[in-house]
Design a protein. Sequence first.
Length: 417
Amino acid sequence: MRFSGWRVLREGLTGNKGWAPHWRDAEPKAEYDAIIIGGGGHGLSTAYYLAKEHGLTNVAVLEKGYLGGGNVGRNTTIVRANYFLQGNSEFYSHSLKLWEGLEEDLNYNVMHSQRGLINLFHSDGQRDAFVRRGNSMINQGDDAVLLDRIGVRKHLPYLDFDNVRFPIYGGLLHPRGGTARHDAVAWGYARGASDRGVDLIQQCEVTGIDVENGQVRGVQTTRGAIRAKKVGIVVAGRSGQVAAMAGMRLPIESHVLQAFVTEGLKPCIDHVVSFGMGHFYISQSDKGGLVFGGDLDFYASYASRGNLPMAEHVMEAGMTLMPMIGKAKVLRSWGGIMDMTPDGSPIIDKTDTKGLFIDCGWCYGGFKAVPGSGFSFAHLMATGNHHAPAAKFRLDRFRTAVGLMDEEGTGSQHNLH
Ligand SMILES: Cc1cc2nc3c(=O)[nH]c(=O)nc-3n(C[C@H](O)[C@H](O)[C@H](O)COP(=O)(O)OP(=O)(O)OC[C@H]3O[C@@H](n4cnc5c(N)ncnc54)[C@H](O)[C@@H]3O)c2cc1C
């Protein structure tokens, strides 16, 4: 089934009876060439690129709940390539290029909107840091524009520029940054993978990983044992628990991150905006809701709802930056489980078990990485070689302390990244 303007028109005129399900709901087979554990954004994109780029179609994605029910459907949908450090910078740059061709590639409207992202700064020191970041982005081939106060005011006239504690000095504009529709990204990849022969198996929790003589043999699931020559673990906040099934202890802590959405409003916030002095960032969804969030709750947890002090902190920061937001009513809030690494950067690597691969540690920034991560992880699983843009995401950097990528400069405390 292909989507087109003509098809939408025809279905609209004939009662919408011709739409087929977007993907096959497959039954598990006894054996696959490769199994992906986790039907989130990264798992589905990995399966898609395994099939599309490497011709590997005897593949299953095993999801314990429903496709897209994890963080891929819970995030605040920001897509950007504004990283500073080598290693991260080239990876996110590659991922953004994939985003830019994604709708055509998947023949699916993921509502990718490059509306521009502005990071505000509130001191001379912060300006210096953003100038360095902007230069690094430009050197990488991405776009960055330094705005002074007047420049920011032209884009965001509604901010409190003369706030006594946190006056706005300027901002770094990333014009190609923006948002995308999170569910549609999961559904588009699911559809693309299923069309190419990948089995997407929902309500199938992996409960064990079978390893014999240092080689992975398959997995145990709530729907029986399934054999496989290769297994990829892509389970975000559950990475530590699933890796433990193969005897691994990961340098990951799981933490909750909350998000909030208001009632639908007329268009008022055109960009993605982030406050430089408190934990608050915001955009407006196509339905009109203001979607915003802040920092992690500061303790490790597997709960997918957050604490009230962090909700209060986020609301206060929002009111400080843009007092007009106080008139909007918050409709919903929720939390997702973040797989935090000690340096805040991800892991895409082989493990000591032959045939067992891992893709995790995306912290609170893994939505924008969905295309890039799937592409690079599929490359690694199919060829055994690291894909160049993701080549620095090695697991052993936490043992050797060589090649750490600490974007925030906050050291090795998981919840500070
Ligand atoms: C509130 C919030 C805001 C965020 N905002 C942004 C943002 O603006 N921009 C950005 O880039 N990133 C953002 N993120 C981060 C981003 O959502 C995550 O990094 C990313 O979605 C994680 O990868 P995933 O999509 O594969 O995870 P998930 O969708 O969580 O996929 C993992 C899947 O594995 C499944 N699973 C777990 N255990 C098992 C098992 N034993 N067997 C089978 N399946 C299993 C889970 O059910 C889940 O579906 C945000 C996250 C949250 C929670």
